[in-house]
Design a protein around this ligand. Structure first.
Ligand SMILES: [Fe+2]
Length: 237
């Protein structure tokens, strides 16, 4: 074979190989797209399941209606401001939604008692983070969200429950949640008091930085204006 013929053959082979590689790349792109859409479907169905469970918990309490949805919206905004990579940890959002799932084990007569609680009654309510984390123990896709369920009533100073953790020993997502939870509790009507404005709630939360709340999370909270929280609240209502 002449040199020229050899060169032409080599070129044809190289071009055929290139076409084959391009086809592989196109196939891979298509497979990746399908996988991504399947992963999204799976994530959507996880979310729908978690919301159904959260709604079932909330349906018992006419007063706090949509509390879980609001506190989740506040929690996501706060988590981002506190530097928590919530987008790559979707279980945290689920943990926010399901934080009080353990209340299913607390009788109505105690949970909705309008007057003050006896020590025994308070002890019963205080079991809900442990019961909640037990209920969700084998639900792997919740990931770090289970820690939110267990530790959402811990306090920065170690005087919370159930494990009396303090400071950085409390998972960051649970420290974030504690602020979001207080914000919603203060800005919604309760049987025993009226809702306060976001600005008053902010003063209250600020006054508990370093005792109830992580000061770093409170500082992150201060970067989010009242009107942003109002928008998040109104989007849920
Ligand atoms: Fe709770």
């Amino acid at each position: 074979m002449s040199l020229r013929a050899q060169l032409m053959r080599t070129e044809r082979e190289a071009s055929a190989r290139q076409h084959q590689l391009e086809r592989y790349a196109a196939d891979l792109r298509e497979i990746f797209k399908q996988e991504r859409s399947r992963a999204q479907e799976l994530r959507d169905s996880y979310k729908a399941t978690v919301r159904a469970l959260s709604n079932a918990v909330e349906a018992r309490d006419a007063y706090t209606g949509k509390h879980a949805e609001r506190v989740t919206a506040y929690g996501i905004a706060l988590a981002r401001a506190a530097g928590l990579d919530i987008d790559s940890l979707p279980g945290i959002e689920f943990g926010f939604l399901l934080h009080d799932v353990g209340k299913v084990a607390v009788p109505d007569a105690v949970l909705f008692k309008p007057s003050s609680l006896s020590d025994d009654e308070f002890a019963l309510i205080a079991t809900h983070p442990v019961i909640g984390s037990e209920i969700l123990r084998d639900v792997d896709f919740l990931g770090a969200g289970r820690l939110v369920v267990r530790h959402h009533h811990e306090r920065w100073d170690g005087r919370g429950y159930p494990d009396r953790l303090s400071g950085d020993d409390i998972p960051l997502a649970a420290r974030v949640f504690a602020v979001a939870d207080a914000l919603d509790a203060l800005t919604t009507d309760r049987p025993y008091r009226r809702a306060t404005h976001f600005s008053r709630a902010r003063d209250e939360i600020r006054s508990h930085a370093g005792s109830q709340f992580d000061p770093m999370v409170v500082a992150a909270f201060e970067t989010i204006p009242d009107r942003r929280f109002a928008e998040l609240r109104d989007a849920v209502a």
